[in-house]
Design a binder for this molecule. Structure first.
Ligand code: RP5
Length: 169
């Protein structure tokens, strides 16, 4: 596994935002995988509904603060990723949080069904989507960072090895 004690970069490159504190358990794996690879990230509650002005300021200021990817998680009427994507040219990865009423189908469709022209990369519902959002952010960053690319190759190889080592009783 990558060595978490040797950061590759300093200063947050990835912003992980979510609409509510109730989203945090779902979104935590995104932060964990970024930290595992030594990529600095920030985490913050930014709500499209409850803190719309903060959302505008966050999205407009993200690139100038040095962020290169934004991961946005939200549930229900999940406007956050699309609204943020409309306010920045950074890549925005949307994570649908599993809602109580509709099990996250509402979140998924709200995030995935963007009109042409405002792209949001939509991941799976829930924590698997959050983990993959972190890994996808790493892959985006790795296009210009050979050290990070090497770590991702090691991660992929270790994952394949672990899958094959499992015995079928
Ligand atoms: C959305 O509403 C949040 O992203 C969250 O998933 C959902 C419910 O929020 P809480 O009522 O739990 O704060 O804006």
């Amino acid at each position: 596994m990558p060595n978490a004690t040797e950061p590759l970069v300093t200063g947050p490159l990835v912003g992980v935002i979510m609409g509510s504190h109730s989203d945090w358990e779902t979104m935590r794996p995104a932060v964990e995988v970024l930290e595992q690879f030594g990529v600095a990230c920030e985490r913050q509650i930014v709500s499209a509904h409850r803190t719309p002005e903060l959302m505008v300021d966050y999205a407009k200021g993200a690139a100038s603060r040095g962020l290169q990817v934004i991961i946005a998680g939200a549930g229900g009427a999940a406007h956050l990723p699309g609204m943020v994507a409309s306010l920045t040219t950074l890549p925005v990865l949307g994570v649908p949080v599993q809602s109580r009423a509709l099990s996250g189908i509402d979140s998924l469709l709200s995030i995935a069904q963007m009109p042409g022209g405002v792209p949001v990369g939509t991941l799976a519902i829930g924590s698997a989507g959050a983990k993959n959002a972190g890994l996808l952010a790493l892959r985006i960053l790795a296009t210009t960072r050979p050290d990070l690319r090497d770590k991702l190759t090691t991660y992929r190889d270790q994952q394949a090895k672990a899958a094959l080592e499992k015995e079928l009783e």
